[in-house]
Write a new protein. Structure first.
Length: 97
């Protein structure tokens, strides 16, 4: 397991602003280690069509979740995420490994 703890004085990153009298760092070692730790077993990608599923597979996704709309679009509309139609799900299953 990657150690995620560290002291603030040893953090190395790009200062991108100030918040409550301390620097806000971007790209710290802790952030980079944490991100790598989250991705070590693979990721599940949200897709809406065959093309997106193929791109996700090529990029190394371990699985895909087929939705009617992407979560960002659902949040904008203030709705609920719904699964895609069975026809689209079957098309995606036939197109990826």
């Amino acid at each position: 397991m990657l150690p995620l703890s560290g002291e603030r004085k040893n953090a190395k990153g790009i200062v991108c602003g100030r918040a409550e009298s301390s620097d806000v760092l971007r790209g710290t070692t802790t952030l980079k280690r944490g991100f790598a730790h989250m991705l070590k077993n693979g990721v599940v990608m949200d897709v809406t069509n065959v093309e997106q599923a193929q791109i996700a597979e090529e990029a190394g996704a371990v699985s895909v979740m087929v939705l009617d709309k992407l979560p960002s679009d659902v949040r904008k509309a203030g709705g609920v995420a719904r699964t895609a139609s069975i026809r689209i799900i079957e098309e995606i299953m036939d197109s990826v490994t």
